[in-house]
Write a protein that binds this ligand. Structure first.
Ligand code: GDP
Ligand code: MN
Length: 346
């Protein structure tokens, strides 16, 4: 596919990206990570890679979130891993706790039911809380109130390629809302009622459908490996959200706030196991112009078990091709071609 090639070193002029330079070319943006104290070693791995390949040139601040206070060791070691500024924030209880309208008996029954259908992480309450927070609440955190762009980074991910331009600046200059790296299918059982619930919402709010939407992409289950079975009309193809570079304005827009509240009230973050990736992807596909969604083909990336490996001398250690693990099931999960088909990239 022929993505727009980023313009290298577009904004760099001398030392103006120094961490303390108040007049640097950095735009209003942060790298952010929701992470547990126990994952210190793993987030240091991610930091090392992103600092080495990109951020040591641009020094965007790192913003860390946790549902419990960070340990001193966590703060010291992560601060030592970058020249850029770091800050540490607690997730407010009302953003994390199971909301009052969730029926706990129904929750426990649903867990038993969907576990039997092999829905991954169904039994892990904190996983549901994390997905809900990443879906609709991270953008509401007071620590991000004046921030516009973010790059989400998880523990134990790998970055393989030197990236020589200001990724955030590029997003702004090209009027992009969202950047992704990997596109895969989800288990239909984890989001069984997400699409019906979404259709209910759209019936009440047809005005939120963007003219340049990607509705056809969301509904295109023709490439799904398991006999074209969609999740009640949603193909489940989604931008894999452990990597996201995005504009927070989208998650704060009226359309998205209304949509998230609707989904949240319906209980699907707990009675099913709606992931933040399908929720974000459905919203982007409906409320945003698809031309504002960008595939970062040039950012070599791995979150187990998937890779994005560009063929480029700028990359080292990547596995040399897309989804190169060799296992057929990994290849079948890749739904990037469906996205390219619907946005007219071949
Ligand atoms: P997976 O990638 O879907 O297997 O899920 P992860 O375990 O990687 O979780 C996704 C992200 O949320 C990672 O950045 C985790 O560090 C973070 N996360 C998940 N659960 C919790 C939690 O209970 N507390 C905190 N602070 N972070 C969490
Ligand atoms: Mn992860």
């Amino acid at each position: 596919p022929s993505g727009e090639p980023p313009e290298p070193l577009r904004r760099v002029s001398g030392n103006n990206y120094d961490p303390d330079n108040e007049n640097s070319d950095r735009i209003n943006a942060t790298i952010l990570s929701l992470v547990r104290n126990e994952e210190l070693h793993d987030i240091l791995q991610s930091m090392r890679d992103l600092e080495r390949t990109w951020n040591h040139k641009f020094n965007y601040p790192w913003t860390f979130f946790n549902d419990v206070p960070f340990t001193e060791e966590f703060k010291e070691k992560t601060t030592a891993a970058t020249k850029a500024k770091t800050s540490y924030h607690l997730v407010p209880k009302e953003h994390w706790e199971i909301p009052s309208w969730i029926n706990m008996d129904l929750y426990h029954e649903s867990v038993a039911l969907l576990r039997a259908q092999k829905v991954q992480y169904m039994e892990k309450t904190s996983y549901h809380q994390m997905c809900r927070w990443n879906s609709g609440l991270f953008s509401q955190h007071p620590a991000l109130a004046t921030t516009q762009y973010y790059w989400r980074v998880e523990p134990n991910v790998h970055f393989f390629c030197d990236v020589d331009y200001d990724v955030f600046g590029w997003m702004q200059d090209h009027n992009k809302t969202y950047g992704f790296n990997i596109n895969i299918y989800d288990s239909a059982e984890s989001v069984a009622t997400l699409w019906p619930e979404t259709m209910k919402f759209m019936k009440d709010h047809p005005e939120y459908l963007n003219e340049g939407n990607a509705l056809k992409w969301l509904e295109d289950g023709s490439h799904r490996p398991d006999n074209k079975k969609t999740a009640n009309g949603y193909s489940t193809c989604h931008f894999w959200s452990n990597f996201e570079v995005g504009d927070l304005s989208f998650w704060r827009s009226e359309a998205y706030r209304d949509y998230f509240d609707h989904l949240d009230r319906s209980g699907g973050f707990f009675y099913e196991r709606w992931g933040d990736a399908p929720v974000h992807s459905v919203a982007l596909g409906l409320f945003e112009d698809k031309s504002k969604i960008h595939w970062f083909r040039d950012i070599g990336y791995q979150h187990i078990p998937f890779f994005n490996c560009p063929t480029s001398p700028k990359c080292t250690g990547c596995q040399g091709g897309r989804f190169t693990d060799g296992a057929a099931w990994l290849q079948r999960e890749d739904c990037r071609p469906v996205w390219f088909k619907h946005v007219g990239m071949d």
